[in-house]
Unconditional design. Structure first.
Length: 303
């Protein structure tokens, strides 16, 4: 019995040492968190500040978040003003010597969108295009490797696998979208989170409100959107998981069109939550699962 207790104690010590050996990494949005987890694997401990359904445009860090950031070895955030209220905090931490990375730094300016309604700002919703989003992975690999040189090969190999998975879900999505008639390849949502998605997959995208969810849809925006939906004879429009659905529901009622379902825009779903569509199950708490959910929801409602 004494020998068994000793073995249990030793096992507990080993597990504790392994946990302590992991590099502490803090991330912001769930989409960034999933990417970093996929690349970092077992060598890192990831603390995501934002949970499922949280709107990064409006997120304001609490005192506990600042403590987590201060303890982090590395910090990853999306960038391009997505986490608007946290930008100053990240800037100050970087100047003090903290390793802080905006994953979208990997995206060449020629590939960034700057619609006129964004008033001089880049559109930050890069993840709408899986191929373009995969270009953020080198920044994650570089950031982790710089603080954990012994894991460089490990991070590089995992990064390559994540890139492959993003490219694979892009091809999968293109095949699903072919089931839609061209006339129905129109996506009407709450805010401008799907411009990259539209460009990647050939959808005309209409948003009732602009880049940030801080703004609200005005009466003119609603009237114009209703007229557009009727002119296109659309079968469905969509609410977003991190945006108040009131405006879309009002438009749907006025246009006499159904709400086709909820799309994940600025946040993944709950980790471990399995959804089923098109004959397969996927975890909507992951980026790949999020893309599959959105595509299946859109195609299923507009066919």
């Amino acid at each position: 019995m004494k020998f068994l207790k000793t073995l249990i104690l030793l096992a507990a010590v080993v597990l504790t040492q392994n946990a302590l050996a992991k590099m502490n990494v803090v991330t912001t949005s769930t989409i960034v968190t999933d990417m970093v987890k996929e690349v970092g694997g077992d060598r890192i401990n990831v603390i995501g500040l934002m949970g499922p359904g949280v709107d990064p445009h409006l997120y304001k860090p609490a005192s506990g978040d600042v403590f987590k950031l201060q303890r982090a070895k590395v910090i990853f955030y999306s960038g391009l003003m997505l986490e608007g209220r946290m930008a100053d905090l990240f800037f100050k931490m970087a100047r003090s010597g903290k390793k802080v990375y905006a994953v979208t730094e990997s995206i060449p300016e020629k590939d960034r969108l700057e619609p006129i309604e964004f008033k001089g700002h880049w559109d930050p919703h890069i993840w709408g295009d899986p191929i373009l989003w995969s270009k953020c992975i080198p920044t994650v690999v570089e950031g982790l490797s710089a603080e954990d040189p012994a894991g460089k090969e490990y991070y590089s190999k995992r990064g390559e696998e994540v890139v492959k998975s993003y490219k694979a879900v892009h091809l999968w999505a293109m095949k699903r979208i072919k089931e839609l008639p061209k006339s129905q390849q129109v996506l009407v949502t709450s805010h401008d989170a799907f411009n990259y998605f539209g460009k990647a997959f050939g959808f005309q995208v209409i948003a009732i409100q602009g880049l940030s969810t801080v703004t609200e849809a005005g009466l003119a925006d609603i009237v114009n959107t209703v007229a557009f939906i009727k002119s296109k004879q659309l079968k469905a429009i969509f609410v977003e998981s991190s945006v108040n659905p009131a405006a879309i529901e009002r438009v749907a009622q006025d246009a006499g069109v159904k709400v086709g379902g909820e799309l994940f825009s600025d946040s993944c779903g709950k980790p471990g939550e399995l959804h089923e569509g098109n004959g397969e199950k996927y975890d909507v708490g992951t980026y790949v699962g999020m893309v599959k959910h959105n595509i299946n929801t859109i195609v299923g409602s507009l066919k």
